[in-house]
Design a protein around this ligand. Structure first.
Ligand code: NAP
Length: 413
């Protein structure tokens, strides 16, 4: 076990990897990062619910040993820096974590702490399930048909943060290099950014999406790209996705053309159809016909837009969970940010954090506890016991604080 200066390692066991599989002991050490802003309001009710669900599901045989790690404002207080090395070391050692939202610092050297965490730990797949829960207010007529899992590439694309400000020496140098060598015509006062998308980065994401579809019996994996315009980045993402499917899932993944020509439109059991949509078309399809999408794989920026639009279909980002997953390491987090206007008021909705914890439990191979939480959450929403964000969209709701909402969910377990 590593020697930590400021982290307290609780009594418990490490999650390990053996033969390509996670090995989760009965009392695993799980890292948690409370987060900034409303992080403090949503973490406590989330922990109440998880601990109660694990106890109920496994009769006390299993338990999580929570280990606090730091990033953001709390890390600044504890370490005097926003992203301490011990946080990365603890994630590398204990592999699984649950985090709250983090404020994007202005002028601190970090573009975003979340992006830095994903990049340093190589958590390349940002996975966002979007599923309707009865009782949630939705802007569409048939939200119950929405059940989509979005795989958003998380470390490449323009999110890689390789960009320079207008009129900076770097931007000027790059613009004149491009002009001299490639005869490009760019206004010399432009800001410029680089959009790297690699074969390896694209293929490992699409691999995860297809594996997921096969494991959970989903029939379609849709690649979303803007390849008609950005041919060698977004277009290549699509092409590499098809290449990967052909090379590694030859007997399992088929194209739409194969589906029609070879299988007369009927998807054979055990197979998944790989198709693709251009991003702008996809955004309207997602609202008009969300039921036709099951698993989506997209580069970073498209995936960001798509996951917020999809979340809006089922009640908004206050209820949308997420997970950042690498080859084994995983850090689960709500889709929303720190909602500074609500920080410390004990009124924010913990549902997104609670559902992110459910993803974590599923990932650990503890689906019984996860299922109990989802059922209890659904029941609480149907009882119209909700936080302010949902109360304002419902008739006859009982308005609860964040902590009272956690207690209500725990009572419904
Ligand atoms: P935000 O924090 O997601 O909040 C925007 C609005 O969404 C809130 O004002 C609130 O709307 C609603 N909301 C979000 N979470 C909610 C919850 N749990 N319960 C109820 N309502 C919720 O977005 P932002 O204000 O643009 O960003 C604030 C900070 O968070 C920024 O520093 C941003 O960079 C950061 N951020 C972090 C993450 C992350 O850590 N993964 C993600 C996104 C943003 P109403 O006030 O209208 O009710």
């Amino acid at each position: 076990m590593a020697n930590y200066k400021r982290l307290q390692v609780p009594k418990g066991e490490k999650i390990t990897v053996a033969n390509g599989q996670l090995k989760v002991p009965n009392k695993p050490i799980i890292a948690y990062l409370e987060g900034d802003g409303i992080g403090i309001d949503i973490w406590k009710p989330t922990r109440t619910v998880i601990d109660a669900a694990v106890k109920k599901a496994y009769g006390g045989q299993r338990e999580i040993a929570w280990m606090e790690i730091y990033a953001g404002e709390k890390a600044q207080k504890v370490y005097g820096e926003l992203l301490p090395e011990e946080t990365f070391a603890a994630m590398r050692e204990f592999l699984i974590g649950l985090k709250g939202p983090l404020t994007t610092p202005i002028g601190s050297g970090f573009r975003s702490l979340n992006v830095a965490l994903r990049q340093v730990l190589d958590l390349y797949a940002c996975i966002r399930p979007v599923k309707y829960m009865p009782g949630f207010p939705s802007p569409i007529k048939n939200p119950e048909i929405v059940d989509i899992v979005i795989f958003r590439e998380a470390v490449e694309d323009i999110y890689a943060g390789i960009e320079w400000q207008s009129n900076s020496p770097e931007a000027k140098k790059l613009i004149s290099f491009l002009s001299d060598n490639f005869k490009t015509k760019i206004d010399p006062a432009s800001g410029v950014g680089i959009k790297p998308i690699s074969p390896n980065g694209s293929k490992r994401l699409v691999r995860k999406a297809i594996q997921y579809a096969l494991q959970y019996g989903r029939k379609h994996v849709t690649l979303v790209h803007k390849g008609n315009i950005m041919k060698y980045t977004e277009g290549a993402f699509m092409q590499w996705g098809y290449e990967l499917a052909q090379a590694e899932f030859k007997d399992k993944a088929i194209t739409t053309q194969e589906l029609n020509e070879k299988y007369k439109g009927q998807i054979p059991t055990g197979k998944v159809v790989l198709n693709d949509y251009v991003a702008d078309n996809m955004l309207q399809q997602l609202i008009l016909r969300p039921g036709q999408f099951e698993v989506i794989a997209a580069p970073n920026l498209n995936g960001d837009y798509l996951s917020e639009v999809a979340a809006a279909l089922v009640g908004g980002i206050g209820v949308a969970p997420g997970g950042n997953i690498g080859d084994y390491m995983a850090l689960f987090e709500p889709t929303h940010g720190t909602a500074p206007l609500h920080a410390g008021k004990n009124d924010a909705n913990p549902s997104s954090q609670i559902l992110s914890a459910c993803m974590m439990l599923d990932y650990m191979g503890w689906p019984e506890a996860s299922a109990k939480i989802k059922t209890a959450l659904e029941k609480t929403i149907q009882q119209k016991k909700v936080t302010y964000d949902l109360a304002r969209q419902m008739q006859g709701a009982t308005l609860l604080t964040s902590s009272a909402f956690g207690e209500a969910v725990a009572a419904n377990l």
